[in-house]
Design a protein around this ligand. Structure first.
Ligand SMILES: Cc1cc2nc3c(=O)[nH]c(=O)nc-3n(C[C@H](O)[C@H](O)[C@H](O)COP(=O)(O)OP(=O)(O)OC[C@H]3O[C@@H](n4cnc5c(N)ncnc54)[C@H](O)[C@@H]3O)c2cc1C
Length: 400
């Protein structure tokens, strides 16, 4: 593989950059009109950009001082939107995609429930068809950005007589519907926007909000999580985004803190991990250029990048000595990169315990890699073939 990424004089880059020169401070709607907010999507939504072209467009968006659209509307543009492209109806695409691409309607992912996020098959939220709409009842939790989302990608149980994985369906719901209550949960970062719990009480969802067919929920959810995990196999501190081990090393050198032998040793190990992740990013890029869909190897990548981010954030804060115990946006000097709230080491540090939980815990990813990548025997699930309504009393009752 050629590791020379498109340089400053690459004609494709020159063309994109000259557009930004003519259109300083563009809105995301303007970028969407160019097909650049999801450039890899086919026209009219994107420009069918190959991985290199997507790389160029993303770099130029950041160079223009803008946050990447897929970090602002991660659910809408990274994983669920792509599902809508493939499995949605034309009417759904026309309704949902333009405002998502313009980052005017933010999407959230209503998967996890208090009964457990790892075992999506055990979810209890129900959607019952009544005439031309479904009535949804349930409780979701850890829903990122739900407090300002307009569209919710909901997985709910439409058939309790089927085994747990087969009775699930996916819907695109209006988060402003009557019966939806969103309560922010404040995490270690002190940022109330990361997670929320969402209550759904007799929410009326039009039947045409169903994505794919009834019973497709499990398949669509897994497809979306795989896509999300591949995107996280990057060397940035928070789920692939934000400063990298190269930035960490630069900062330690500029501040002279690299002279501490213990820090230097840890930083060197982390730097090597970062380089491995960088090469894995190129491999993913090459897979995409060769038309390979996101596979289970995304789980292996996420499994490496999440603890790597934790180690980097820890080294950055530790390098401050006792001062590292307090909040400080200027832990180490950083290049001017726009990664939104993930841009600074301090935020990354307080967020970092979540790295190894969200989008699949480390243990669950180990299982995926063992079973799906290495071909080891599958975990036995005695409940997999039993109708959901016959599972332990409480669960069945909640779902009735
Ligand atoms: C930052 C962040 C953002 C998130 N955003 C969203 C979101 O937008 N939408 C959403 O729906 N959810 C979201 N989540 C929730 C996330 O998907 C869940 O936290 C995750 O799936 C784990 O579920 P849980 O927390 O219920 O833990 P549980 O599933 O209850 O797991 C508890 C423990 O048991 C272990 N465990 C579970 N099953 C197994 C097994 N089979 N083998 C071995 N060990 C096992 C787990 O590893 C974990 O240590 C987010 C979480 C975080 C941290």
């Amino acid at each position: 593989m050629d590791f020379n990424l498109p340089g400053e004089d690459d004609p494709r880059r020159v063309k994109v950059r000259s557009w930004f020169e003519k259109n300083p401070n563009p809105t995301y709607a303007q970028l969407a009109a160019q097909g650049w907010t999801a450039s890899n999507w086919p026209e009219p939504w994107g420009v069918s950009a190959d991985a290199e072209m997507q790389w160029i467009i993303d770099e130029e968006i950041q160079r223009a001082g803008l946050e990447l659209p897929y970090t602002i509307n991660a659910i809408g543009l990274n994983q669920c939107g792509q599902s809508l492209l493939t499995h949605g109806t034309e009417a759904q695409r026309q309704k949902f995609l333009p405002p998502a691409l313009a980052c005017e309607e933010i999407w959230c992912m209503l998967f996890s429930e208090p009964s457990g996020g790892s075992d999506l098959g055990g979810l209890r939220t129900t959607a019952k068809l009544e005439g031309d709409h479904y009535i949804v009842n349930g409780h979701k939790i850890w829903t990122s950005v739900a407090d300002h989302a307009s569209v919710g990608v909901l997985v709910a149980r439409t058939d309790t007589s089927k085994p747990k994985h087969t009775g699930l369906s996916m819907f695109l719901i209006d988060m402003h519907s009557p019966g939806i209550t969103v309560n922010p949960i404040i995490d270690l970062t002190g940022n109330k926007n990361e997670y929320n719990e969402v209550f759904l009480d007799n929410v009326k969802v039009p039947a045409d909000a169903l994505l794919g067919r009834e019973g497709d929920g499990w398949k669509l959810a897994i497809e979306q999580l795989q896509t999300e995990r591949v995107g996280m196999t990057k060397p940035g501190v928070v789920w692939g985004m934000g400063p990298t081990a190269r930035d960490l090393m630069d900062g330690l050198i500029k501040t002279g803190r690299i002279s501490d032998p213990l820090l230097r040793d840890d930083a060197a190990k982390t730097y090597i991990e970062g380089e491995i992740l960088r090469l894995l990013t190129y491999r993913n890029m090459s897979n995409r250029m060769n038309g390979k869909p996101a596979g289970f190897e995304g789980s292996a990548g996420k499994m490496l990048s999440s603890p790597h981010g934790q180690r980097m954030a820890d080294i950055a804060k530790r390098s401050q000595g006792a001062a590292g115990m307090i909040r400080d946006p200027d832990v180490l000097p950083l290049p001017d990169k726009k990664w939104g709230m993930f841009s600074d080491w301090d935020y990354a540090y307080w967020f970092s315990p979540a790295n190894t939980l969200g989008v699949g815990t480390q243990e669950v990813l180990l299982n995926v890699v063992a079973e799906r990548v290495l071909g080891l025997p599958r975990d036995i699930d005695p409940t997999a073939k039993i109708p959901f309504s016959e599972l332990s009393g409480g669960r069945a009752k909640a779902a009735e």
